[in-house]
Design a protein around this ligand. Structure first.
Ligand code: MOS
Length: 739
């Protein structure tokens, strides 16, 4: 189905199932331990051996020799494959550093061997007997030191956002020089880890030259194609299966070494092999969100209208790596005729930087929205009012291009009212509650809505059960549920008559889970397949599909009403289709908006920060399942608090690795750390986005939160910290006297 004109009235608009707060249908499996994650799929293939991955102990250089003799003689060992036995393997989609093979080391903990044994303990014990001789080389690991040598670079996050090395509209320098009120500040964000609960894990089994991978991955089609390419085997000989995923946040968008090592280990051992990356390998062997240094300049009139805005972001990456696209939101969020956004990339030999939840906007808004708070204060304007004053209903760089739907102002107004913003004391450091200094802060949330082709197959059997098959994944987001809701709405059956099967490369290719594009696109693919199935049903029943009504498990046409399953009495009906998009999103800008509001307490003596209350008001098109969408947004808000207060991969700038490579050293907040988190969804539909009239929302939740926390800390203490995370050492010396 081609979607190239805005959606009109369609069966989804009935909202009998879609749009209702619905418990996740996989919830009972998750909570009873019966949703098997990749490493736990003991039943899929017998005789599974254990793989243990070894990472390089240097950050850059060459592997001279790997001695495996002692390890091979260790108890239980079945096979050892080393990077010196294997030619350098090709790159999968979005991979920057090679996952295995050859003697070059591009980053610390790049895989150099896999040990296969009867048990996990035997494989791990044997791995300690492998001795490696390196020829190390000097590397570059310090972003601040390399920033001066950073080069202008274009790029995208791999999810569709992104832009040129330098994008200009009007005359930024001239307008900035003339502006009566200006800001010129630099902000930094650190390297961060996805820190998902489930590590990267794969079970691999060969049947002759056919390979099956039971793995944990967000994008089945990318991985399917990538594994075939990396191993040099035909795609038809590879099957990927990933029905449950314990979080990914971008770290599982693409194939990683667990899949490659399990496949190579299984081949060498002649047995199925299961392999999970240890937590240190998750941190240094896989990808991370790159640190940024962001300069923001804003010029405004005295009454607070932005006339000039510039955002220049510098990040680092390996050779051929991409920049962190932290300037994205600054292209579209605020009005102003004279604009400059630019990205620079420094060469670093740290592990690979890549997508992490809302790549670009998440760190970008941490800087921009802190700058907006500073600017509002300089102007003597309320930060909410300053943002409202600079709203735009068109792409400010291309005024002929309107937003498809933009209620940013609605988010701000509704949020201010619901949060009690009028009670905020604009003068910082004034409010005390016993041991705590209390402050309120806010920030804008912004993330683009991305359209991706997505397919599905829908089958109907004689009992009236509808089965949906698509390679879409559920990374803990609720995909199973919204897909079931979509099929139930379209076919006029209750939710429990729908079976959803996901994550298998044998199913039609979907959008996959990434860039907050999963929900809108995957359900639209299911919509398209259901439109076809409805036609098939009408044809079987000899009725006109145009006036057939699918409702209450029946198909009605005129006076005739038959149970839906009757259409399949002569045999199962099946329909497959994809949603494919025209150029609607080129003509009109599709984005999602939020207002984030935060209350913090800062201990008067220790400067320890507690987030006391949070509110997000989101304008993100139709909300397909308010319950799971709320959970997504709250998850994002919690992650945003982590970015604001504690998450930082500590760079060992001598040896070139992230030193805090476990969950004791890399701390993340949980919901229980924050007593009150609320989400309000503005009631809206966006017919430009898809037949579902929905947009992404899963990443909007993190976008802007970090700055809202930083701004609340400033309001509480009068201390402005521009380098994240805002740990207490950055506050303590500058705190007002406790008395
Ligand atoms: Mo997201 S960073 O595309 O998982």
């Amino acid at each position: 189905m081609k979607f190239d004109t805005p959606a009109g009235q369609n069966p989804i608009d009935r909202l009998t199932v879609v749009g209702k707060p619905t418990d996740r249908i996989d919830g009972k499996f998750k909570t009873t331990g019966t949703a098997a994650y990749a490493y736990e799929r003991h039943d899929v293939v017998p005789n599974q051996a254990y793989g243990y991955a070894l990472g390089a102990g240097i950050a850059k250089g060459r592997v001279r020799r790997i001695d495996t003799e002692a390890a091979k003689r260790a108890p239980g060992v079945l096979a050892i494959v080393t990077t010196l036995d294997t030619p350098k393997l090709g790159l999968g989609k979005m991979n920057v550093a090679s996952l295995f093979g050859g003697d070059q080391v591009q980053h610390y903990h790049q895989a150099i061997a896999v040990v296969v044994a009867e048990t996990f303990e035997q494989a791990r014990a044997a791995s300690f007997l492998v001795s490696v001789d390196y020829a190390p080389e000097a590397g570059k690991f310090d972003l601040a030191a390399e920033a001066k040598a950073a080069k202008p670079v274009e790029g995208s996050s791999g999810e569709g956002s992104g832009g040129g090395a330098e994008d200009r509209h009007g005359d930024f320098e001239g307008a900035f020089a003339e502006a009566p009120v200006t800001l010129d500040q630099t902000y930094t964000t650190p390297d961060e880890s996805h820190a998902m609960m489930e590590p990267h894990a794969t079970i691999a089994a060969w049947d002759g030259d056919r390979l099956t991978l039971w793995t944990s991955n967000q994008m089945i089609a990318w991985t399917h194609e990538s594994i075939a390419k990396i191993l040099g085997i035909p795609k038809e000989n590879v099957r990927i299966d990933s029905p449950y995923i314990g979080g990914g946040f971008g770290g599982k968008l693409f194939v990683r070494s667990d899949a490659v090592l399990a496949a190579l280990g299984a081949k060498a051992a002649g047995r199925p092999v299961k392999l999970a990356l240890t937590r240190p390998l998750v941190i240094n062997n896989t990808t991370h969100r790159p640190a940024t240094i962001q300069n923001i300049r804003i010029g405004a009139t005295r009454d607070g209208h932005i006339t000039a805005i510039a955002h220049v972001s510098t990040s680092g990456n390996l050779q051929d790596g991409k920049p962190e696209t932290a300037v994205d939101q600054t292209k579209l969020l605020y009005a102003g005729a004279n604009r400059l956004t630019a990205m620079r990339l420094a060469h670093l030999d740290l592990p690979e930087g890549n997508s992490m939840r809302a790549p670009g906007e998440a760190p970008g808004l941490m800087a921009l929205e802190l700058a907006m708070d500073e600017m509002a204060e300089t102007l003597g304007l309320d930060p909410v009012e300053f943002r409202i004053r600079n709203d735009t209903q068109v792409d400010p760089g291309k005024p002929e291009r309107p937003f498809s739907h933009r209620d940013f102002v609605g988010c701000l107004k509704r949020g201010a009212e619901a949060f009690g913003w009028d009670k905020r004391n604009p003068k910082p450091g004034q409010v005390r509650d016993g041991q705590w200094r209390v402050g309120l802060g806010m920030a804008a949330g912004f993330r683009n809505n991305l359209l991706m082709k997505s397919g599905a197959r829908v089958r109907l059997d004689r009992t009236g059960t509808v089965t949906v098959e698509t390679d879409m994944t559920d990374v803990g987001t609720g995909s199973y549920t919204i897909i079931a809701q979509t099929a139930a709405e379209m076919m006029g059956v209750p939710l429990d008559r729908v079976v959803v099967r996901l994550g298998d490369s044998a199913y039609p290719v979907s959008a996959g889970s990434g860039g907050q594009f999963g929900a809108n696109n995957a359900t639209s693919g299911v919509y398209a397949a259901c439109v076809k199935l409805r036609e098939g049903v009408a044809q079987r029943l000899g009725i006109n599909s145009a006036d057939a009504v699918f409702e209450d498990g029946q198909v009605r046409s005129g006076n005739r009403a038959v149970p839906l399953g009757e259409a399949a009495s002569a045999g199962e009906l099946s329909a497959e289709d994809s949603i494919e998009y025209g150029d609607l999103s080129k003509k009109q800008q599709q984005s999602t908006f939020a207002g984030h509001f935060v209350e913090v307490g800062v201990d008067v003596d220790t400067a320890e920060v507690r987030v006391r209350r949070m509110l997000a008001v989101c304008a993100a098109g139709r909300i397909l399942n308010p319950k799971s969408a709320r959970s997504q947004v709250i998850g994002g808000m919690t992650m945003g608090v982590g970015a604001a207060l504690m998450e930082e991969l500590a760079v060992d700038a001598k040896r070139g690795f992230f030193a805090n490579h476990d969950l004791a050293g890399y701390e993340v907040p949980v919901h229980a750390d924050i007593p009150h988190q609320e989400v309000i969804f503005l009631d809206e539909v966006d017919p430009q986005s898809s037949p579902m009239k929905a947009k992404g929302v899963g990443e909007l939740g993190i976008c802007g939160v970090g700055a809202a926390v930083a701004n609340a800390i400033y309001n509480a203490t009068g201390v402005r910290v521009r380098d994240y995370p805002i740990t207490l050492d950055k506050l303590l010396a500058r705190m007002p006297d406790a008395a």
